[in-house]
Design a protein around this ligand. Sequence first.
Ligand code: SF4
Length: 396
Amino acid sequence: MGVPLKQAWKVGSYVIRQHLAGNKRYPLVLMLEPLFRCNLACAGCGKIDYPSEILNQRLSYEECIRASEECPAPVIAIAGGEPLLHKEMPKIVAELLRRGKFVYLCTNALLLEKKMDEFEPAPNFSWDVHLDGDREMHDNSVCQDGVYDRAVAAIKKAKARGFRVSINCTLFDGAEPERVARFYDDVMAMGVDGIMTAPGYAYERAPDQEHFLNRQKTKELFRGILRHGKGHGWKFTQSPLFMNFLAGNEDFHCTPWGKPTRTVFGWQRPCYLLGEGYAPTFQALMDETDWDSYGTGNYEKCADCMVHSGYESTAVMAAVKRPIHTAIVALRGPKTEGPMAPEIDLTHQRKADYVFTDIVETKLAEIRAEKAASRKPGKPSVAPVVRKVEPATAAE
Ligand code: SF4
């Protein structure tokens, strides 16, 4: 298991409490994106092409803590952008840990060796280092030579300093199962505590749209990887049923509310991957989003998605409902041969909405209005406004 027993216990009991309370939708992991600015420009990233006025925006320490108060998820994944570019990050992490949250700090590790001393090793804290495969695969994925070697050096140093470290591995079309399996062996040999892996999702803004996997290819790839890895003792940070889903053995539907996302725009709907509008508060996100209009089978942009943002929560919730099935999958590993679970019917999905430009223009207007107001002597500065973009409906 790639997560500490205490975390598995706390998350499991939290899910059971939500079920007993009759809550249909609840968050498991808060995805906190305090900035979009990054020190890399990966081809598969849909975030780094925002205008610099947006890339210069930050969620403050107070906004980050408030997000964790609004959203009761026991786990917080801090992503970006590159979170280590945020000056208040050590203070944010320390306060979230003090409040009993399990914190994963996602990083490309370029600044990790330099900034490591600003953080303390803790049982509830883990670095989550971006590594999309072996040296050639990763450097190709991040479009820069030498990044793999720097990340590996930082991982080794962090482990030597007593930190928990997991890796975050996104796989794209063309990934070879045997090679990925060798890479997983390598990272386990480095002493990492867990592997988080997922198929790449085709962000509509990602510069490279060609190399994303569709669902059939995803299932075949993961079956191939897991076939090579039988008995290798890989520890995944994801639940056994999510890995079983990636291998084509579960007919899960997306539950995007399980990983709500807070960015500099507000609470993003519907998920970490799609920015179709923003809510001003977590409660508004949960109450006012038309959740049934998203997910594979409901929305064209979701057709190829098998990413943990939407399906890991489904897997965790299913584990509570089907503990014996989960125990069998955990013991035996996912099935890698034979028929797959039926695929979701796409014939009734609604067409894609393209709202990105509208959202960016509105945000830019807001930033410029704030700047203009703060330049006028004697005028009070304008409070930041989170623009509420109406959620799409199935009828649109
Ligand atoms: S299927 Fe779910 S997680 Fe994937 S893009 Fe759609 S809403 Fe987001």
